[in-house]
Design a protein around this ligand. Structure first.
Ligand code: GLN
Length: 285
């Protein structure tokens, strides 16, 4: 069997199982075993694949047929041009979150030696991408889950970056006035919607997804307490779930935040929000 035949055959199995991107997944799984480029493998009608590679590939194929996310099978996910180690201890980084990072970097251009907290850091993809792009940023990665933080620590090592790691329930244990920017992609899916998610998502950590009855629990808690650890005029930037922009804006305004801005993702969904703590007037930068 050649790579081209194997990928086609496997893609057909994936397609009949309802897997969204069958050719891509079958080629990437083979590339993870052979080390080749997925596109060249799809076009390779010469090489003859043999055992034990075929059996190893079949094992990966069966995992994908069980709807285990491709990134968990591969053990890594691309984000902002880096490969992050991921496994079921952490949420898989999503492309729309890259836009949050780009916005954060834009804001941070105005600061000297800024201190940034990546709250609910999971794999650490946000904070570490900021650090990689702008080494003068001092980054703290924080998560309630020791398991997630272990993955973040592994990514600090893999990417040869420096970051402080902190385990805590939201802002517990973080020092007052210690951050210029908090960036956070909180769990924001309403509990009742969690059961109806795409099958792959059910393999991801529930506490990284479930935002309580209306999905807004973490926003409420964070907005009520963030000013305690921000410098005066510090910024709070958060990713948003669908239809949450108005509610989160209202929560921010009610807590005295200023300069509230919302941005859309590439699908036109209001996906992220920025606001400044009122002291210091930095919101009109
Ligand atoms: N910060 C990580 C990400 O954006 C994890 C977020 C989370 O666990 N809710 O992918």
């Amino acid at each position: 069997m050649t790579p081209c035949q194997l990928i086609r055959h496997t893609a057909a199995r994936f397609r009949s199982a309802g897997i969204p991107d069958p050719e891509n997944d079958s080629a990437l799984l083979l590339a993870s075993l052979c080390g080749g480029e997925p596109l060249s493998l799809r076009l390779d009608t010469d090489t003859i694949l043999e055992e034990p590679l075929l059996s190893r590939y079949e094992l990966l194929t069966r995992q994908r047929l069980e709807r285990i996310p491709l990134q968990y099978i591969l053990g890594e996910a691309p984000f902002c041009g880096h490969l992050f180690m991921v496994d079921p201890r952490v949420l898989i980084p999503r492309p729309e979150t890259e836009l949050l990072c780009a916005w954060a970097l834009d804001i941070l251009k105005n600061y000297r030696d800024p201190r940034v907290l990546d709250l609910c850091c999971g794999s650490g993809c946000i904070g570490l991408s900021l650090k990689a792009a702008s080494p003068e940023i001092r980054v703290t990665l924080s998560d309630i889950s020791a398991n997630a933080l272990a993955v973040a620590a592994e990514n600090v090592r893999r990417l040869s970056l420096k970051a402080d790691l902190h385990q805590g329930n939201l802002l517990d244990g973080l020092l007052p006035g210690s951050f210029d920017l908090i960036v956070c992609n909180p769990p924001y899916i309403p509990t009742a919607d969690c059961a109806a998610l795409q099958e792959e998502v059910l393999f991801e950590p529930r506490n990284a997804l479930d935002g309580g009855a209306d999905g807004l629990d973490l926003y409420r808690r964070l907005i009520a307490s963030a000013d305690g650890i921000l410098v005066p005029g510090g910024a709070l930037m958060m990713e948003l779930g669908i239809h949450q922009a108005d509610s989160v804006s209202a929560l921010l305004a009610a807590s005295g935040y200023m300069g509230i801005q919302v941005r859309k993702d590439l699908n036109g969904i209001e996906r992220m929000i920025l606001a400044y703590q009122s002291d210091g007037g930095k919101y009109d930068r």
